[in-house]
Design a protein around this ligand. Structure first.
Ligand code: AHR
Length: 345
C-alpha cells in the first residue's frame, strides 16, 4: 500500500512529466507541419481571402518582404490573410498551397523556394479556379503559364549590375587585362531563381574578361552562418582572393567576419573587394563606412504591387505576366544620411 506522502510524490513527478510531454508534442506538431495559419472557415467572410506561402525567414530581406505583404493584406484593406511560413522546405509550401486550395481561398500568392517541382500543385490550383501569383522568385519557365502573374526583382539584371560595377572598379584602379583578378562567389539557395539569375548575370559579364578568374562558386544558403563557414573554407583554400561576390547581405555579414578574423582587410581601402546584394539598412551602413564596396539592391517591398494585381483581377482587367519592382545600386558615393534614414529594414 502506498502512503499519502508517496502518492503526493508520484503526482509531483507525474504531472510535470505529462506537461513536458504535451508541450514537446504540440511543439513537435508545429515543427513537422511547418504551417502557421490563422483559423479561417471557408466562405465565412466577404473580404478577399489571400493565402500567402512565404518560403522562410532566412534573411533580413525576407523579414522585410513578409512585413510588406502582411502590411498590405489587412482587414482594413478588405483582405483576409492566411499566412504560412515554409521554413525553406518545398514540401511545406506544397502542403500550404494544398491547404489554401481546400479552404477555397480567392487568391494564392507564393514565393517559390526553388524553381522546379511545382507543376502538379499549380495544376491543382488551376483546376480549382484559384489564380496563383508568384512573388520574389519564379518557378521554371514551363510552369509559369500556370500562374497568372509575378511580382519581383530582376535577379539576372542584378548579376549583370554587379559585373558592370566590377568592370568600372578595376578600370578605376588601373588593373590591366593582363592581371589576374581572383574571384569567389557565395551563392544563395541551390535551385532558387534569384541565385540562378544572379550567377548567370555575373557570369555573362565575366565572360568578356579573360583575366577574371572565378576560383569557385559555393552555396551558402542566403544565411549569415553559412556565409561565414563557406568563406572560411575559401580563405583556407585560396591564398589570393581579390573579390568576393556574395549573393545577399546576410551571407556578406558572415563572410566579412570570416575575412576579418583571418586578419585580412575588406572594402574600399582593403585587400578584398566586397560585392553584395539586397541593400538592407545594416549593409548600407557598411557601404557608407567603406566596408562593403557595392550593394546591388533587391527590393522586398512587393506587397503594394501584389494588391494592385489582385484589385485589377477583381475588376476583370488584364494583368501583365511580370511586374518588376524598382532597384538601385549603392556605393559609398550615394548612401546618404537620407537613404539610411528611410531604409527601415
Ligand atoms: O530571393 C531573394 C533573395 O532571398 C534575397 O536576396 C535574399 O536575401 C533572400 O533570402
Amino acid at each position: 500500500m502506498k502512503t499519502k506522502k508517496q502518492y503526493n510524490r508520484l503526482l509531483f513527478i507525474f504531472i510535470p512529466t505529462v506537461m513536458i510531454f504535451l508541450t514537446v508534442f504540440v511543439w513537435g506538431l508545429g515543427l513537422f507541419t511547418d504551417i502557421e495559419e490563422e483559423p479561417y472557415v471557408s466562405g465565412e467572410t466577404d473580404r478577399i481571402v489571400v493565402g500567402v506561402s512565404q518560403l522562410g525567414s532566412e534573411s533580413g530581406w525576407r523579414t522585410a518582404n513578409t512585413e510588406s505583404v502582411q502590411s498590405v493584406f489587412t482587414n482594413e484593406n478588405g483582405y483576409f490573410l492566411l499566412f504560412s511560413n515554409a521554413r525553406q522546405k518545398q514540401e511545406n509550401q506544397i502542403k500550404a498551397i494544398r491547404s489554401f486550395i481546400s479552404q477555397r481561398v480567392d487568391y494564392i500568392v507564393f514565393a517559390p523556394v526553388v524553381e522546379n517541382g511545382w507543376r502538379t500543385v499549380l495544376q491543382e490550383a488551376k483546376e480549382a479556379g484559384i489564380p496563383v501569383i508568384m512573388m520574389d522568385r519564379k518557378v521554371e519557365a514551363a510552369d509559369q503559364e500556370l500562374c497568372v502573374s509575378w511580382v519581383g526583382t530582376d535577379s539576372r539584371q542584378e548579376g549583370v549590375k554587379a559585373g558592370r560595377w566590377l568592370e568600372g572598379h578595376l578600370r578605376d584602379k588601373g588593373v590591366t587585362g593582363e592581371e589576374t583578378v581572383n574571384i569567389v562567389v557565395l551563392t544563395g539557395t541551390e535551385g532558387a531563381s534569384s541565385a540562378i539569375g544572379r550567377s548567370e548575370g555575373f557570369r555573362e559579364v565575366a565572360r568578356d574578361h579573360a583575366n577574371w578568374k572565378i576560383l569557385e562558386e559555393k552555396c551558402a544558403d542566403f544565411t549569415s552562418a553559412k556565409g561565414k563557414e563557406v568563406m572560411e573554407g575559401f580563405l583556407r583554400k585560396y591564398p589570393e582572393i581579390d573579390v568576393v561576390v556574395s549573393q545577399n547581405d546576410d551571407m556578406t555579414f558572415g563572410a566579412i567576419e570570416a575575412i576579418q578574423e583571418a586578419g585580412r582587410t575588406v572594402g574600399v581601402h582593403g585587400e578584398i573587394s566586397i560585392i553584395s546584394f539586397d541593400a538592407v539598412h545594416d549593409a548600407l551602413e557598411m557601404v557608407a563606412a567603406g566596408t562593403i564596396n557595392v550593394d546591388i539592391e533587391c527590393n522586398p517591398n512587393q506587397g503594394g504591387y501584389l494588391s494592385q494585381v489582385i484589385s485589377m483581377l477583381e475588376k476583370g482587367q488584364e494583368v501583365e505576366k511580370d511586374y518588376y519592382v524598382e532597384e538601385d545600386v549603392f556605393t559609398i558615393d550615394n548612401v546618404t544620411e537620407e537613404v539610411l534614414r528611410e531604409r527601415n529594414y
